[in-house]
Design a protein. Structure first.
Length: 542
């Protein structure tokens, strides 16, 4: 047999904190052959990312240690390699795509500089040659008009665009092994299929191997060669894709395969009061040029959107990355300026200033896409959740605030005793529950949910969907649910808006749109979400 490219043997990882030790990975072993794609699946906190980070020794040493283990890559033991040898491997022979692009990209550097830095360091490319290669990479990963994106900073890109930049950086040096930690998390379903096709083509053309970490079992089934299933730091089952999906043996594998968002969205009650209403909402960003920086054109991020959202209702907003979904939500929340009428609980707020909006902020809350990026690492969970109470309910005593924080944590299914811990001590799913608790503690009327489940594994996704549905029923909340995951939207939304290029291409009752989409673009989204083969066959390419 050919020697595998990567062999992880008996790997253990222990974290040391405040005199305590916690075993995160427990004697894990797996191999990746040359040109092979191995998927590592399991729920949030199972040890997948920790195992992957150990390969390149990216864990926070000495807080982390390896009581046992050997990592052989192309005949070399990386566990005993010197730091200079590891630096030669990182980013060159082994590259990694991280789960949260906003926290992985440098906010102070342009996209061209960040990708060019890798080309300069490992290939010596500078100037025109580097710029040409950067443009080629951005084309490969499906970024439109990449020439206009070279000077952009990460905050100027959508979540999906940032993830594509991360993928371009990882592929820049044509690595032997690509470690992809949830690489399609932030991507809409059509672009997701294109990225997977790209990775598959690179694997074939260059013989690249891949460790693919994901919670999307649909992707694993179509993309991977072999699967390792992890839970509680252990690999409980491993085998070919066919064996794992058709003949699962371990109870946890069976549970994982059965996990997906279920249940029915709330029935629309026309008698309930209107919480949020928008008429002809427009968000146009000026394009300036010339010495005098005159406006020569506009980017029409949101262009003439109408909507009505009642208490106890969920309005789903779907569309590809960059379609204007999040911009619409930010406009409704009055976090960016816009044109058109916006009414919140009977008040026209489209002309409200920051000061005028402040008394309404407690009833108008947001849960962001990236829970790690939206939670301050310097504050405990209790302080994060209590922060809004200090602003909006100053009359509360410290004891009353603490009781409300405990109540909010219980509402989202977390132990109130964990409020003294910090965000990095929680899994991704737990962090998202904390973000939801921060919104719920103020007892809002309207909640904008911006991709709240996109970074979560399937089992936790289903739990969060159930949680959001329960909170909505209990408190009669109005949700604006922004997502590219149509399976989650189908379980939560009773009304649907489909956006593309800032415009609404289709809207109506969610059940009707899912059952019989009228617009060609909506049909393309549905085909990509519920039958990935349709995209791969080329019928709905952008």
């Amino acid at each position: 047999m050919t020697e595998p490219l990567l062999s992880v043997r008996d790997l253990s990882v222990v974290f040391h904190q405040s005199g305590r030790e916690s075993l995160a990975v427990d004697r894990v072993s797996f191999e990746i052959g040359r040109g092979e794609i191995v998927a590592l699946v399991g729920e949030s906190g199972s040890g997948k990312s920790v195992s992957a980070a150990s390969i390149l020794k990216l864990l926070p040493y000495p807080a982390a240690s390896h009581p046992s283990g050997q990592i052989l890559f192309d005949g070399r033991d990386l566990m005993t390699a010197s730091e200079p040898d590891l630096r030669a491997v990182r980013g060159n022979e082994i590259t990694m795509i991280f789960q949260e692009p906003m926290t992985s990209l440098n906010p102070l550097h342009t996209i061209e500089r960040q990708i060019g830095e890798i080309l300069s360091l490992h290939q010596g490319l500078e100037g025109t040659a580097a710029r040409a290669r950067v443009l080629e990479l951005l084309h490969q990963v499906g970024i439109r008009e990449p020439e206009k994106r070279l000077s952009a900073y990460p905050h100027e890109l959508s979540g999906g665009q940032r993830q594509r930049v991360m993928i371009a950086m990882a592929l820049a040096n044509r690595p032997k092994l690509l470690i992809a930690d949830e690489p399609t998390t932030a991507l809409d379903v059509t672009v997701q299929a294109q990225i997977l096709e790209l990775l598959g083509r690179l694997k074939t053309e260059h013989g690249m191997s891949m460790l693919f970490i994901t919670h999307d079992l649909g992707i694993v089934r179509k993309f991977a060669d072999r699967v390792c299933v992890m839970t509680k730091g252990k690999i409980v089952e491993a085998g070919s894709v066919e064996d794992i999906f058709e003949r699962p043996q371990h109870p946890y594998t069976k549970k994982l395969l059965a996990s997906e968002p279920r249940g029915e969205p709330p029935v629309l009650d026309e008698q309930k009061p209107v919480v949020m209403q928008g008429e002809d909402i427009r968000v146009w960003f000026p394009i300036k040029a010339g010495f005098l920086r005159r406006t020569v054109d506009h980017v029409k991020a949101v262009d003439g959107v109408d909507l009505t959202l009642r208490a106890g209702q969920t309005l789903g907003v779907v569309g590809e990355s960059g379609s204007g979904k999040t911009t619409l939500g930010l406009a409704l929340s009055r976090l960016i300026s816009s044109k058109g009428r916006i009414s919140f609980i009977g008040k026209d707020i489209d002309a409200f200033s920051y000061r005028e909006m402040r008394p309404l902020r407690d009833r108008l809350q947001i849960v962001f896409q990236d829970p790690f990026g939206s939670l301050s690492p310097r504050m405990s969970v209790g302080e994060i959740i209590a922060e809004g109470l200090k602003v909006h309910e100053r009359q509360l005593s410290a004891e009353e605030r603490d009781a409300r924080v405990a109540w909010a944590l219980e509402e989202v299914g977390l132990d109130p005793a964990t409020r003294w811990r910090y965000p990095h001590e929680f899994s991704g799913g737990q962090r998202q529950r904390i973000a939801i608790a921060r919104a719920m503690v103020l007892k809002p009327r309207f909640v904008m949910l911006d991709e709240p489940t996109s970074a979560l594994d399937m089992t936790v996704q289903a739990q969060v969907v159930d949680l959001l549905r329960d909170l909505q029923a209990k408190h009669d909340l109005a949700y604006l649910f922004i997502s590219h995951d149509l399976k989650v939207v189908k379980a939560l939304a009773n009304e649907l808006i489909v956006m593309r290029g800032g415009k609404v291409v289709e809207k109506g009752p969610a059940a009707e749109v899912f059952a019989a989409p009228k617009a060609e673009y909506t049909r393309a989204l549905m085909a990509a979400a519920f039958d990935l083969e349709a995209v791969e066959d080329g019928g709905i390419r952008q």
